[in-house]
Every structure is written in structure tokens, then in C-alpha cells.
Design a protein around this ligand. Structure first.
Ligand code: ATP
Ligand code: MG
Length: 564
């Protein structure tokens, strides 16, 4: 195989990795990491980073670590750690025994800082946060040197040790790198390495009252773990010179930082801070609310890991920020569920149908196909009897043109069953239709007329006495705008929340084969979409989430593009 041709098809990160293998830059090693900060649940953007890091490692016989970047004690919680572990595993990735915590390196980071102080590369600064900002200058004006910049190594070592010992209050001092206050890159203007924070850390408890900043800590974490390719998102491009500077000054293992564009998805938000707000202000029912773009929300909604991985493969990686149409994600979900989901019949808004010429006590077990996409899935029996439910939307007393479903005097097919004709409509005092009286044609058993006569509609149905009552939750986009951050002045992104993102239907009926449906089971409800049993579901109360509808706007977009 022509390798130049095969690498040409690789994305730019995989090209770098392939090139490094060719030149033996890392001694044939490929070692990546996924480094979440445990300050929230993972979202679909993280899935992109997970697929990228674990994917590149797997494709190249390499390794990928799961590392908690837990350097900030204020926002982090153990609850998030468990959720992140569960989500990465569920997505199908394995870090074997390489689960690491940045906080385990605190002592080593401290020693590295001492090393930089001794080299004259770092100093203790008494400016407060506001003063540091003032001294930093702007993009167009250089910064000013801190008055503490020229402290002696001895004084710096003494003060730094006392910072660690807890002698000084929060915010009173920092350790800063001594680089260049006139650098055009603001990140290089003597960045802070340690700040004083008397806070309890979820793993190190009260052992530390100084905590490393991201810029100082992250490269060290990568270096300690002997990472080869440190893949991160574009906003860290301007931090790369600092990443390199720290590791060069220390003379330690120096991974290559590579930046790619983060994933943005239409009709949702991806920042953990915003997702946190939605949870805290009860705009959604927790991090795993099926409307959330979180991995746990998508799992609860019924998305499969395969479909999320396929979505990440399709969007690829590049260097330019853009927004992906959420319809593409839903398309990937449909394609996957279409292959794997058993078909069943369920009625969301039941309308009673009585077959007047069907004997009251009679029950027939009719054969239904489990999955037309997968013959090996076989068939099952569904009970048919005199009283049925059909979908309220499938009947109109005065049908407009192009409404081909049931109407007075009209004949339609009941899927896997018979042709029925509507003869009589019963209404309540308010004029609402509550019951239809129909007749069936016994000669059409199985759904075909021996005389070849045709009907224009096939309806799904359940037998009233056999069906199980269920709750069904229908979902729409969480936000009404493609870009939720597009807001009127004085409003925030929450003003774009979709008030109709959740619709709960409490008296649905599902076919009896769903009696034992365990949480997480996925089905196609014929004609209605893909559904998944909710974790709150029990034998006594079945609850289903609609994963996606059957309608596929993305397939249409694709077709239109191909025909152009
Ligand atoms: P947020 O801005 O939502 O808080 P973050 O970048 O702070 O996200 P981390 O926990 O630090 O969240 O992210 C872990 C990894 O996932 C990082 O390497 C980060 O680059 C990557 N990542 C985060 N969000 C996205 C995204 N939308 N698309 C791709 N990768 C992402
Ligand atoms: Mg981060």
C-alpha cells in the first residue's frame, strides 16, 4: 500500500502521529491521555476528545490514560469522578490500570517549582490579583515588572516554603514564572504558578493550601506520565509557548501539544458552567436529563455508544471552530437504532376502537416481524381482540385532503392484523370523540385482501385488555435557537430555553411483550420513533423516553447535496 496516500486521508493529528512513528521521534511510542477536570459531567464535546485520544492510541498500538485534572479544590467533587469513569467506560474505552489524578503529583510539582526558583526562573510575588492584572498590560501595551521580581533565590525559597506551610492568607502571595513582562503573548508575562487557597481538596484533604494553576500543572502531568501527544482544544494554542517553556526549563520529558477545534452543536450549550446552571436552577432534571448534551443524558435518552462514536468519526477533527448540526448526531443515532432495535407497537394517545363483528371473548395471537432490517430477529405474537386502541391522530371525523388514515366510512389496515372500516363515531358531552365502532374483514387476516383491494394507510394498534399502561416522555431541542447564546440585551442563554422540550404522556398503552422491559432497553415503536426504557421504570410502572423520531431531516439534506 502507498503510505503517502493512506496518510493523506488521515486528519492532521493522525498525520502528525504517523509522521512521528516514521521518524521514530518517540521511540515508536504513542501515548495520549484524556484529562477531564472533575467539575461536571462529560458532554458530547468530551466524547469527541475521548474518541480522538483513545482512538489514536488504539489505532497505533499505543496507550491512553484517563487522568483527572483535579488541581482546583473549589469546584470539584467526587460525584463527578464516578460519573466520568462510568461514561468513558460506557463509550467503550479502556484505560486498563492507568487511571491517574493530577493531585497525586502535587508533591512532585512542588519540587519542580523549587527547582525553577533555584534556577532563578520563578519568584514569590506579593501583588494581589487585581494588581497582577494591572501590571500585566494589554495586547497593545507591554506589562510592568513586579516590584518583587528581583527577590533573591533564598528569599523566594523561604517565602514559597512558608506559603506551603500556611503562614499567609488566601490571595496574599503567588509564585510566578520569571519570563518576560513585554512578551507579545500575555500568557508569557510572568504567569502565576501557585496561588494560596485554604481549601479542602476531595483527595488531598487539608494537606495543601497552595494549588498549581492549569498552565503550570498540565504540562507536568503530561511529562510525568510520559505522554507523547498532548491533544487539547484550540483555546490553548496561545498557551503552548508556556507549556514548552516550563518543560524546557526543567529539562524533563517534553510531549508535543497539538490543538484541535472543540465541538459545538446546534440547539444546545456545551460549557460545563452553563450546564451546571441548568442543573442547579432546576431547568432540567439533573445532569442525566435526557435533554442534556451530556453522555449520561444521551445514555438515558437511548443513544447507543456506537452511534456517538460514529458521529465523532464523521465530524472528524480540524483547526477551525464551527457548529455541527444536531441533526447529524440524530441521524447517526437513527441509523444505528434502525439496525438493532426490535419493533413493537405502542399507542401514545389512545382512542378506543370496538370491532363490532369480532366475538367478545375471542383472542387471536397474530404474528409480527421483530425487525425487517434483521431477519435473524425473528417474529413474535401480538394479541388481537374486540377492543383495541389506535392513535388519536390516526382518526379524523372530517378528514382534509391527503389525510389517508381512518375516517367515517373508510377502510384501513391494522398492521399484522386485518382491514377495518369505521362505521360509527361516539362522542362525549363535550363533543370529543371517545370511541369508534368498526367492522373487520376476516378474509384480510395478516393484513392483505385476497381480492387485491388496497387501502391507503396502515395503522399501529394494541389490544385494550392486553396492553400495558405506560408513561412516555417526548423530547424536543433544549433551546429554541440554533445558537442559544444569541440573546437580547440583558438576557442570558436561559432565555432561549425551549418551554416545550419535554412532553409527558401518562396514559400510553404498549403491547404486552414489553412487560419485562428493563431500563436501557431500546425499541422502535412502529411509526412513532425509537424509545428507551427509563432507569426510573419498574415492573409496576413502565416509563419510556423517546430517543429520536423516525423523521430524518439529515438524510434529506444529504440527498439534496448528492443530487446537486
Ligand atoms: P468546559 O469548557 O465545558 O468546562 P473544559 O475544556 O474545561 O470544558 P475539561 O474537563 O477540562 O473541560 O475537558 C477535558 C478534555 O475534553 C480537554 O482535553 C478538552 O480539550 C476536551 N473538551 C472539552 N470540551 C470539548 C469540546 N466541546 N469539544 C472537544 N473537546 C472538548
Ligand atoms: Mg478545562
Amino acid at each position: 500500500m502507498d503510505t503517502s496516500d493512506s496518510t493523506a486521508k488521515l486528519d492532521f493529528i493522525r498525520q502528525i502521529v504517523a509522521e512521528d512513528l516514521k521518524t521514530n521521534k518517540w521511540g515508536g511510542r504513542v501515548h495520549t491521555r484524556f484529562p477531564p477536570e472533575p467539575n461536571g459531567f462529560l458532554h458530547i464535546g468530551h466524547a469527541k476528545a475521548i474518541c480522538l485520544n483513545f482512538g489514536i492510541a488504539a489505532e497505533n498500538n499505543g496507550l491512553c490514560n484517563l487522568r483527572f485534572d483535579d488541581t482546583n479544590p473549589i469546584k470539584e467533587e467526587a460525584e463527578y469522578i464516578d460519573a466520568i469513569i462510568e461514561d468513558v467506560r460506557w463509550l467503550g474505552f479502556d484505560w486498563q490500570d492507568r487511571l491517574y489524578y493530577a493531585s497525586d503529583y502535587f508533591e512532585q510539582m512542588y519540587q519542580y517549582a523549587v527547582q525553577l526558583i533555584k534556577k532563578g526562573n520563578a519568584y514569590v510575588c506579593d501583588l494581589n490579583a487585581e494588581q497582577i492584572r494591572e501590571y500585566r498590560g494589554t495586547l497593545t501595551t507591554p506589562g510592568k515588572n513586579s516590584p518583587y521580581r528581583n527577590r533573591s533565590v533564598e528569599e523566594n525559597l523561604d517565602l514559597f516554603e512558608r506559603m506551603r506551610a500556611g503562614e499567609f492568607p488566601d490571595g496574599s502571595r503567588t509564585l510566578r514564572a520569571k519570563i518576560d513582562m513585554a512578551s507579545p503573548n500575555l500568557n508569557m508575562r510572568d504567569p502565576v504558578m501557585y496561588r494560596i487557597l485554604h481549601a479542602t481538596h476531595h483527595r488531598t484533604d487539608d494537606k495543601w493550601c497552595i494549588y498549581p494553576t492549569y498552565d503550570w500543572a498540565h504540562g507536568l502531568e503530561d511529562s510525568i506520565e510520559k505522554i507523547t501527544h498532548s491533544i487539547c482544544t484550540l483555546e490553548f494554542e496561545n498557551h503552548r509557548p508556556l507549556y514548552d517553556w516550563f518543560l524546557d526549563q526543567l529539562g524533563v520529558h517534553h510531549p508535543q501539544q497539538i490543538e484541535f477545534a472543540r465541538l459545538n452543536l446546534s440547539y444546545t450549550v456545551m460549557s460545563k458552567r452553563k450546564l451546571q446552571q441548568l442543573v442547579q436552577e432546576a431547568k432540567v432534571n439533573g445532569w442525566d436529563d435526557p435533554r442534556m448534551p451530556t453522555i449520561s443524558g444521551m445514555r438515558r435518552r437511548g443513544y447507543s455508544p456506537e452511534s456517538i462514536r460514529e458521529f465523532c468519526r464523521r465530524i472528524g477533527v480540524n483547526k477551525f471552530n464551527s457548529t455541527v448540526d444536531i441533526a447529524l448526531l440524530e441521524h447517526c443515532v437513527r441509523q444505528d437504532l434502525n439496525k438493532r432495535s426490535p419493533r413493537v407497537m405502542a399507542v401514545l394517545r389512545p382512542l378506543k376502537v370496538i370491532i363490532d363483528n369480532y366475538r367478545k371473548e375471542k383472542v387471536e395471537e397474530l404474528e409480527a416481524v421483530n425487525n425487517p432490517e434483521d431477519p435473524s430477529a425473528g417474529t413474535r405474537k401480538v394479541p388481537f381482540s374486540q377492543e383495541l386502541y389506535i392513535e388519536r391522530d390516526d382518526f379524523m371525523e372530517e378528514p382534509p385532503k391527503k389525510f389517508y388514515r381512518l375516517a367515517p366510512g373508510r377502510e384501513v389496515r391494522l398492521r399484522y392484523a386485518y382491514f377495518i372500516t369505521c362505521n360509527n363515531v361516539i362522542k362525549n358531552a363535550d363533543g370529543q370523540v371517545i370511541e369508534l365502532h368498526c367492522t373487520y374483514d376476516p378474509a384480510t387476516r395478516g393484513g392483505d385482501a385476497p381480492d387485491g383491494r388496497k387501502v391507503k394507510a396502515t395503522l399501529h394498534w394494541v389490544s385494550a385488555h392486553h396492553a400495558i399502561e405506560a408513561e412516555v416522555r417526548l423530547y424536543d431541542h433544549l433551546f429554541t435557537k440554533e445558537n442559544p447564546d444569541d440573546v437580547e440585551q440583558g438576557n442570558d442563554f436561559k432565555s432561549n430555553l425551549n418551554p416545550n422540550s419535554l412532553e409527558t404522556l401518562v396514559s400510553c398503552r404498549v403491547e404486552p411483550s414489553l412487560a419485562g422491559a428493563t431500563p436501557g432497553s431500546r425499541y422502535q415503536f412502529e411509526r412513532l420513533g425509537y424509545f428507551c426504557t427509563d432507569p426510573d421504570s419498574s415492573a409496576g410502572k413502565l416509563i419510556f423516553n423517546r430517543t429520536v423520531t423516525l423523521r430524518d431531516p439529515w438524510a434529506k439534506i444529504q440527498k439534496a447535496q448528492q443530487n446537486r
